[in-house]
Design a protein around this ligand. Structure first.
Ligand code: GDP
Ligand code: ZN
Length: 309
């Protein structure tokens, strides 16, 4: 018997694989942790730090889940509000988009990035399939994010462009990949981990919810000198907030709009109908992107009313 701290690297019904200094150990949860709290199972997710006791048979028992440094959560699909924690203790949350097929829409990543930031993870953007066409428009669309301190990297899983730059950003960190199907996440992960056997786990981990919502997440161990992990979320199609972003987070993600708000006549301007609104004026003058404006207004409105607060 040995009691150690370990990190959860795979979750499938009732079984939790954890990484210890001496290798991967299959664990079950101690009874107390499986009891339901307000109808929702206490979740142990990929990335959790846990206290494990290993036995003679080589298996282990998880006794305790240590406090999470960060979480990336969404609202589980369905009418009842349930938090779906995609992963814990994630350093970075990457929105993976593509230049074409499907075409990147500037507004679509804002929601995910603001949500990631409110959970404590640093946001970033991966623009894939840059071999497919003229990237200048997409780069212009990404400029506000860059100004907001959100790094982005242009990649092509086909030509290999940007893959080593991406690897450098991922090295030594835990990063969650989120993106709609078809953007090339699998292809990028193959480019990052050419040796499929090097992956920690290619098994879809079923995170089971009381109401039959099953979503897989997969962990990839990157073959980099400084280590690094990517949590892929292939089953996740829609991202809706669990925690609403803080106003500051929204403002940081939309600097070109938030910067204008100081010029509005009313301090509590919602930038929708008020007279003397500097944001609306810029919108009408075509100085800011309409889709981003709409997102900004929506996110600003939801700010500060997080389900957890
Ligand atoms: P996923 O659903 O996000 O995992 O996407 P896949 O990795 O399965 O890729 C979807 C399609 O896009 C496949 O046909 C890939 O070959 C193609 N694809 C992926 N990355 C690139 C890229 O960088 N450039 C081009 N031209 N095609 C790509
Ligand atoms: Zn205004």
């Amino acid at each position: 018997m040995q009691t150690i701290e370990a990190r959860v690297i795979d979750v499938h019904r009732g079984r939790y694989d954890v990484e210890t200094p001496s290798g991967t150990v299959a664990c079950r949860l101690r009874g107390r942790l499986t009891r339901t709290k307000s109808g929702v199972r206490t979740m142990v997710v990929v990335g959790d730090r846990v206290i494990v006791t290993t036995g003679e048979d080589g298996n282990g028992v998880i006794h305790e889940v240590l406090p999470r440094r960060t979480t990336v959560s969404r609202r589980a699909p369905g009418t009842i509000p349930l938090e779906h924690v995609l992963a814990a203790n994630i350093d970075m949350a990457a929105a993976v988009v593509s230049l074409l097929e499907p075409r990147f829409k500037p507004g679509t990543v804002s929601q995910f990035l603001a949500g990631a930031r409110s959970g404590g993870a640093a946001p970033m953007i991966i623009l894939n399939k840059v071999d497919l066409g003229d990237r200048s428009q997409a780069v212009a669309a990404l400029e506000p994010y860059r100004q907001a301190g959100v790094p982005y990297v242009l990649t092509s899983a086909v030509t290999g462009e940007g893959v080593s730059e991406l690897a450098a950003l991922l090295e030594g960190r835990w990063t969650l990949f989120y993106g709609q199907s078809g953007v090339g996440k699998s292809s990028l992960l193959n480019a990052l981990c050419p040796d499929a056997a090097a992956r920690t786990s290619a098994i879809s981990s079923a995170t089971h919810w009381g109401r039959h919502t099953t979503t897989g997440s997969r962990l990839y161990r990157l073959p980099l000198l400084g280590g690094g992990y990517v949590v892929d979320t292939p089953g996740v199609r829609a991202f809706a907030f669990w925690q609403s972003p803080d106003h500051e987070d929204v403002d940081e993600l939309f600097p070109e709009i938030a910067g204008l708000a100081a010029g509005c006549k009313f301090a509590d301007c919602t930038h929708t109908h008020e007279p003397g609104c500097a944001v609306k004026a810029a919108l009408d003058a075509g100085e800011i992107d309409r889709a981003r404006y709409k997102h900004y207004v929506r996110l600003s409105r939801s700010g500060g009313r997080g389900a957890r607060r």
